[in-house]
Design a protein around this ligand. Structure first.
Ligand SMILES: [Zn+2]
Length: 226
């Protein structure tokens, strides 16, 4: 009742099209959500996403909810989530992906979700890690723990597209450190990030996690570029 009254004066608007949201819509309008391209979750072992990591990282499943395209609605969504203090968008997409995964595979066993950490100076500037919120939405549906303080990022790196793959690997291999092995050992770990482009960040973080002796590693992102 109060929210209906407030919305007369402060209409809630869709983050990607700026149209007023109607009752039952949350952050993204139904029309935008319908038009945003989704990745095929059933191809988690042999689709374009799995192919990105083939020979680089031993993974069980790779999922993304949206397909990333520059200048599309998904770019506006990711931008608002990261730079306009709207981390709740990450949680919303986490819930959408979690519900879809439950529907697709009710037997799916994930023990713990690890969000790719931000370097502490970046975290201080932004105030939050959007991947923590994505993990929170996923954990609601997958009923598993989230480990936010187990892996740390020791270097604040940007994507290194100009370096050779070997140089890149040497560099990224020192970026992440697992602080407490016992939290991850013998677990089915789901490593999550906001967007996958080259996959080098996930590869670096995933290598550090695999080294502690886990049962399996899967990957999920809010969006992925083909
Ligand atoms: Zn919209």
């Amino acid at each position: 009742m109060l929210s209906d009254f407030l919305s007369l004066f402060f209409p809630r608007i869709c983050v990607t099209c700026d149209n007023a949201l109607i009752k039952g819509e949350h952050l993204i309008c139904l029309s935008c959500d319908y038009k945003m391209a989704k990745a095929d979750l059933s191809l988690s072992k042999d689709g374009f996403l799995a192919a990105k990591f083939f020979g680089r990282l031993h993974v069980e499943h790779v999922w993304a909810y949206y397909l990333f395209n520059k200048h599309a609605r998904i770019q506006a969504l990711l931008h608002k989530m990261k730079y306009h203090n709207m981390p709740e968008l990450g949680e919303l997409v986490g819930e959408k992906l979690g519900a879809a995964l439950n529907h697709l595979n009710p037997e799916l066993a994930i023990d713990v979700i690890v969000p790719v950490p931000l370097h502490k100076s970046r975290l201080r500037r932004r105030g939050y890690n959007q991947s923590d919120y994505f993990a929170r939405g996923l954990s609601k549906c997958l009923h598993c723990d989230i480990a936010t303080d187990i892996v740390t990022r020791t270097k604040d790196t940007e994507t290194q597209t100009r370096k050779s793959r070997v140089q890149r690997w040497e560099n990224v291999n020192e970026i992440f450190k697992v602080k407490d092995n016992s939290h991850l050992q013998d677990k089915n770990v789901l490593l999550v990030d906001d967007v996958i482009t080259t996959g080098s960040t996930i590869e670096a973080c995933g290598q550090s996690i695999l080294e502690v002796g886990i049962k399996s590693l899967s990957i999920a992102s809010m969006a992925a570029a083909k």
